[in-house]
Write a protein that binds this ligand. Sequence first.
Ligand code: FE2
Length: 156
Amino acid sequence: MKRIMKVESLLLKKIKQHDNKDFEREYPIDFEIVHMASSAAIGRILAKKRGVNSEIASIACILHDYGRIITGLQENHANNAYEPVKELLEECEDFTEEEIENIANAAKNHSSKNVIGTPIEEIVKDADVFDCWQYDIPMNRPEQKIRLEKVIKELI
Ligand SMILES: [Fe+2]
């Protein structure tokens, strides 16, 4: 199986395991699933346009909110993704240490929308705001609005 599909399948399996946990989710699990898939598609387009590795960009987008999937909480969800993303990718047994580190760091840093990061990190941040915009998720922070305006210009 291709690595993108493998990661997506494994994440869906993890989502099922976490779905009946006894806590209130800030975002419904159905949103987590569609956001995972559609931000990955946007990430792939951005990667192709920017000359970045589109497979790694897609996978980083797929996993960027894993911290929130596990905890149900928005607060600190980017930081909370770092170790679980590494564990999930290690479980795939298909990624190098360097790839795992790049993807886990993109998840960890994706909430810092006012910071310019690595090309993969930038794709995750931009795909995230563009995808939230598709679902009418309010974005109130100025740095989110600035990013969204830029990525809309790039894609539309
Ligand atoms: Fe997100």
